[in-house]
Design a protein around this ligand. Structure first.
Ligand SMILES: [Zn+2]
Length: 142
């Protein structure tokens, strides 16, 4: 019971971190490209895979090149990571994470957030995706 509780609160913090990173990327990219949705759609696939790499601990050149908020300096990446959480992901987790990020930065989401007037409820979305995946396979928290 206690374990389950701890697990879900850490998962929540992780979801919040993913959310804040995505929102930061989205806002910065919007500024850089002056809200041009077509441009944003073109650059976001790279940004999405960069965020996945960064959250896996491979912060570096990819971030420097593609990220709008992380310069590839690990210290910066930490701003977006929950404290004391070691993220170890297997391939299926990465897919889940990618899906979560796509909810904010994917083409559909970009259309929906055109004017940044609506903020998708990312945390709930992430939790929904995470809880629908096989918990045995979720290694976010190991
Ligand atoms: Zn990074």
């Amino acid at each position: 019971m206690l374990r389950g509780h701890t697990r879900s609160s850490v998962r929540n913090r992780f979801a919040l971190s993913v959310k804040s990173r995505c929102m930061a990327e989205l806002k910065a990219a919007h500024r850089t490209h002056q809200g041009k949705i077509e441009t944003l759609k073109r650059v976001m696939p790279e940004v999405i895979s960069t965020i996945v790499l960064c959250f896996r601990g491979y912060c570096g050149n990819q971030c420097a090149k593609n990220s709008y908020v992380c310069s590839g300096n690990k210290r910066q990446a930490k701003n977006f990571m929950p404290a004391n959480v070691k993220v170890k992901m297997v391939a299926s987790d990465q897919e889940v994470l990618k899906k979560c990020i796509e909810m904010v930065l994917g083409p559909m989401a970009l259309e929906a957030t055109k004017l940044l007037t609506t903020t998708p409820n990312m945390c709930e979305a992430v939790n929904r995706v995470l809880s629908s995946s096989d918990p045995q396979k979720c290694h976010f928290l190991t």
